[in-house]
Design a protein around this ligand. Structure first.
Ligand SMILES: [Zn+2]
Ligand SMILES: [Zn+2]
Length: 148
């Protein structure tokens, strides 16, 4: 399986994972709407231990609606959102799919936080969805044992 590579808009940050993501999903939480310019964020979830980064990233820490402490990383030069990590899921790295070189690695398998989406949001009715933070083991949350 080839490595999964990506980087920011300006090219100052590049990254690589040694294995494919365990899951892809979309998130309509209020925080993601700021970061994704009004839409849901589209995320691929990888195991952190296979990540290599080159270039400088800056970190922003906040508390999510779920109550989890979030740590987001972005390019300080162009502002592209790259990664986020949650205190509830140590060892997993959430990556913005827009930053991947190959965005065809797979469609999202589910949608979370649909309850905070605006009324005009397009949410694929064919995907499993949850109005808030998914519980462990749900269709839209990878269990650690399901990760590659
Ligand atoms: Zn950049
Ligand atoms: Zn979100």
């Amino acid at each position: 399986m080839p490595d999964v590579t990506g980087g920011c808009f300006c090219g100052a940050v590049r990254f690589r994972f040694a294995e494919p993501p365990g899951m892809m999903r979309m998130c309509w939480c209020r925080d993601c709407q700021y970061l994704a310019a009004g839409n849901a964020s589209v995320n691929a979830i990888f195991r952190t231990e296979t990540l290599e980064i080159s270039g400088d990233v800056q970190t922003y820490e906040s508390m999510a609606d779920s109550g989890n402490a979030m740590r987001r990383r972005f390019c300080p030069k162009c502002g592209t959102q790259l990664f986020s990590e949650s205190s509830s899921r140590p060892g997993m790295m959430v990556v913005r799919v827009g930053a991947l070189d190959n965005r065809e690695i797979g469609p999202p398998a589910g949608v979370i936080w649909t309850g905070s989406a605006p009324s005009w949001a397009h949410i694929d009715a064919g995907l499993p969805a949850t109005p808030g933070q998914p519980g462990a083991g749900s269709l839209v949350t990878p269990a650690a044992s399901e990760m590659p």
